[in-house]
Design a protein around this ligand. Structure first.
Ligand SMILES: [Zn+2]
Length: 158
């Protein structure tokens, strides 16, 4: 497969989180922007490696629970509840694509849809979008956590 030239991107400080990734050129809707690259590790390995870390760049996907330990520009993309990009899996590789036309200078954002997390970790979202859900978890994960919390409360009330 010929190597696709990726658009010029810039990593700099972001109001959403420490650093963000910005495009220096306009992007078309549907355009593939970059790959979420990094070492492939198992979920178990990821848990061991980052047990006590607040910030990780792990990307979990697939039915087997494969994890990419992000290394590269893509790990700087922040979460937003009003994203302009989304991730796409192709043969075990993760690519980030534009879901609308994006102007030069815009920050690139996608929905993290986090899952399988520690109950102590609230993963609060500060994206600032009007429709912000207040969390970076996927909707399924929010439901799962609510069920677990309800169960805990029921136990504590006994
Ligand atoms: Zn948000």
């Amino acid at each position: 497969m010929p190597r696709q030239t990726s658009p010029r991107l810039l990593v700099r400080s972001s109001s959403i989180h420490a650093a963000g990734c910005y495009t220096l050129e306009p992007l078309r809707r549907g355009q593939q922007i970059l790959e979420y690259d990094g070492e492939r590790i198992s979920k178990r390995e990821a848990d061991l490696r980052y047990e006590d870390r607040l910030v990780t760049y792990l990307f979990g996907f697939g039915e087997k629970g494969d994890v990419i330990d992000g290394f590269g520009t893509a790990m700087f993309l922040n979460h937003s509840c009003d994203p302009n990009c989304k991730t796409h899996e192709e043969g075990g590789r993760i690519f980030i694509r534009a879901i609308r036309d994006i102007a030069a200078g815009e920050e690139l954002l996608y929905e993290y849809n986090l899952y399988d997390s520690d109950l102590a970790d609230t993963a609060d979202c500060y994206c600032g979008a009007p429709q912000c859900r207040g969390t970076m978890y996927s909707e399924a994960e929010v439901k799962r956590r609510n069920r677990l919390f309800a169960r805990r409360k029921a136990k504590a009330a006994r």
